[in-house]
Design a protein around this ligand. Structure first.
Ligand SMILES: [Zn+2]
Ligand SMILES: [Zn+2]
Length: 350
């Protein structure tokens, strides 16, 4: 039997390599030759350091990697759309396919016991091949690289969903708290959707520097006590019409909310932790709409790659490190240090 090396995450900030059989696609499934498989903040937060996740975030010892992108090399019976040779992004959750959320393409929200996320409950992208359900595939436009595609599978998809859900447009200035890979994605997409001024805040020096170097934000500010004053100064005292928290930290969430203009919209996508704030002065009396947004839908992932193609935008620009599978330990270390942009595992084309 043909085998392949896959990366599993034992949960003590280490990476382990194990041998797995190369899977055979069954009914409605395809085999994808992996070309790029990036690391998401959730992999670090809920799996790599310690297995913290429950329910949809419970890691079951499978091949890690929930941002997979590659090329179809085998097609099982009953596939309707995809063929050998197709370049594909994998929407990273396979749902039951028939519940209300799945019908809407939001397999992320499926609560069926058969729901399984790649890299969490079923094998993910950190191996030469991935067994994928056809209904989780999105065609990658020719102009986009495999790394571009991988970055869309979770991070960029999540930002696209959040920013379109709050109706971001050219009427808005955008405040981003947290300039990790998701914050950089929000900056790139926020500007593409028309935000006239993009302000980014972070506590990490390296991340502020990178965001400024990439030119994805108009202003970078250190997320310290002076941050809110700076946001106000940069917006004529008003705050931003739209804000997005990508930090997942309570201070970041608070700054996003405080930096939102009266009648504005604020969306939280950074995961984990808590936030504590005075509801009346900060939310109710400010007439602010606060959104939560979790991942995206298959259709919206498709919309995203179509727009990126049309706009000539490349998420890969936010990827500072591309490493082969053999260097997965280093890749996870880099992502965990939180000073760089996106880290992606890349594979040779054969
Ligand atoms: Zn993710
Ligand atoms: Zn479902």
């Amino acid at each position: 039997m043909e085998t392949m090396t896959g990366v599993v995450l034992p949960g003590d900030s280490t990476v382990a390599f194990e041998e797995f059989p190369v899977p055979e696609p069954g009914e409605g499934q395809v085999l994808v030759k992996m070309m790029a498989s990036s690391i998401c903040g959730s992999d670090i937060r809920a799996i790599y350091r310690e297995h913290l996740g429950e329910g949809p975030e419970a890691y079951q010892g499978v091949i890690a990697g929930h941002e997979p992108c590659g090329r179809v090399v085998k097609v099982g019976h009953g596939c309707k759309q995809f063929a050998v040779g197709d370049r594909v992004v994998v929407y990273h959750i396979s749902g039951c396919g028939v519940c209300a959320d799945c019908s809407d393409g939001y397999m992320i929200s499926c609560t069926s016991p058969v729901r399984a996320a790649y890299g969490w409950q079923r094998d993910g992208g950190h191996a030469a091949y991935l067994l994928a359900e056809e209904n989780t595939l999105v065609k990658l436009p020719d102009s986009l690289s495999y790394v571009d595609g991988a970055l869309c599978a979770c991070g960029f998809g999540t930002c696209w969903e959040a920013l379109t859900r709050i109706g971001l447009s050219g009427a808005d200035r955008l405040l981003i708290t947290g300039l990790g890979p998701v914050g950089l994605a929000a900056a790139m997409l926020g500007r593409a959707l028309g935000a006239t001024t993009v302000i980014g805040a972070d506590i990490a020096e390296g991340r502020l520097k990178l965001a400024a170097e990439l030119g994805l934000v108009d202003h970078v500010i250190a997320a310290d006590e002076s941050a809110l004053g700076k946001v106000k100064d940069l917006t004529g005292g008003a705050g931003c019409e739209a804000s997005i928290d990508c930090s997942g930290a309570s201070a970041g969430r608070l700054l996003a909310l405080q930096g939102t203009r009266q009648w504005g919209r604020c969306v939280f996508v950074g995961e984990g932790g808590t936030v504590d704030f005075e509801v009346s002065p900060l939310l109710i009396h400010q007439q602010i709409t606060l959104f939560g947004s979790w991942v995206t839908s298959v259709k919206h992932l498709q919309d995203l790659v179509e727009r990126l193609d049309r706009w000539g935008l490349h998420p890969e620009r936010t990827c500072t490190h591309q490493l082969p599978l053999a260097e997965a330990a280093r890749a996870y270390q880099l992502a965990d240090e939180g000073q760089c942009g996106k880290v992606c595992i890349v594979f040779d084309d054969e």
